[in-house]
Ligand binder design. Structure first.
Ligand code: G
Ligand code: G
Ligand code: MN
Ligand code: NA
Length: 250
């Protein structure tokens, strides 16, 4: 398959880029950090979104070196931002299970010299499915570096509540479907309220994803979320636009 061959070469050809989506603290109204979002700039296809190549990259195992590049690049970029502005990186379940995860996180921190507390790893449920003891050990090892971990796309999968109890997450990212998705507004709001309350009682922060309107943002605030991320407070930005955004008065 042509795409497979191209994907294997994309890293060496420097065809990957990162975009950064702002995350806003609801208490202060200020940007608290950015989520790094991967793009493949293909010479003929143009910009390929992760949904169209990450599954194949996982199948091929290429996601491990690509994910290591993402970690290094995101930390390197964050080093140019003010102290206190965080950077969140998505970790594929395949990369999470790789024996190289700890070393690659540690290397990205050493090379960039950023405060480890600024780095957040976003883990999806797929990483947590088997071998609770192994998962717990990996999470505890990366957290021992001072790095934060968040549970991404929360509420979409299967048996997620037990994961909150079993694993030491610093943050829950509430899936976009509960902010904007189909279904009765009252039901979605009740779910957001329950997750935010659960998060607060377990000492976790809660980010509502996919916030597109001021009304949605106010609802997330009213229900107790601590951060929002979405097109309202910012689309994914190029590194140059991140610098402009950070220079802007609030
Ligand atoms: O930016 P976009 O909305 O197209 O991202 C879609 C999904 O792709 C995200 O929800 C995220 O889970 C995944 N994704 C984005 N960047 C990365 C990355 O660097 N690594 C991995 N493994 N997944 C990513
Ligand atoms: O990691 P995760 O799968 O949650 O990545 C978030 C994805 O959602 C990114 O691909 C990003 O481009 C997308 N996204 C972020 N904010 C919004 C939004 O407000 N509306 C929509 N439709 N998509 C969003
Ligand atoms: Mn994410
Ligand atoms: Na998410």
């Amino acid at each position: 398959r042509a795409l497979e061959l191209e994907l294997r070469k994309a890293l060496a050809l420097r065809q990957f880029r990162l975009m950064y989506q702002p995350q806003v603290n609801l208490a202060t109204g200020q940007v608290s950090g950015f989520e790094a979002l991967l793009r493949w700039v293909h010479p003929e296809r143009g910009v390929v979104p992760p949904a169209d190549f990450v599954p194949l990259a996982e199948e091929l195992g290429v996601i491990v070196p690509v994910g290591e590049w993402v970690l290094r690049e995101a930390c390197r970029e964050a080093a140019s931002w003010p102290e206190g502005i965080g950077v969140a990186v998505n970790i594929s379940p395949v990369q999470f299970r790789s024996p190289r995860l700890f070393d690659s996180v540690a290397a990205a921190l050493t090379q960039s010299r950023i405060d480890p507390a600024r780095l957040e790893l976003e883990i999806t449920e797929g990483a947590l499915l088997h071998d609770t003891d192994v998962v717990l050990e990996v999470l505890n090892r990366v957290r021992s570096l001072g790095v934060r971990v968040s549970m991404d796309d929360f509420g979409t999968g299967y048996s997620s509540l037990s994961y909150l109890q079993r694993f030491p997450f610093d943050r829950i990212k509430i899936d976009q479907s509960f902010v904007r998705g189909p279904g009765a507004l009252d039901d979605k709001t009740a779910i957001v309220r329950a997750i935010a309350s659960l998060g607060a009682s377990m000492g976790m922060r809660t980010t509502a994803e996919g916030v597109e309107t001021a009304e949605q943002m106010e609802r997330m605030r009213a229900e107790g979320c601590t951060e929002v991320q979405g097109y309202l407070t910012g689309r994914p930005l190029s590194p140059e636009d991140v610098a402009r955004r950070l220079a802007q008065p609030p």
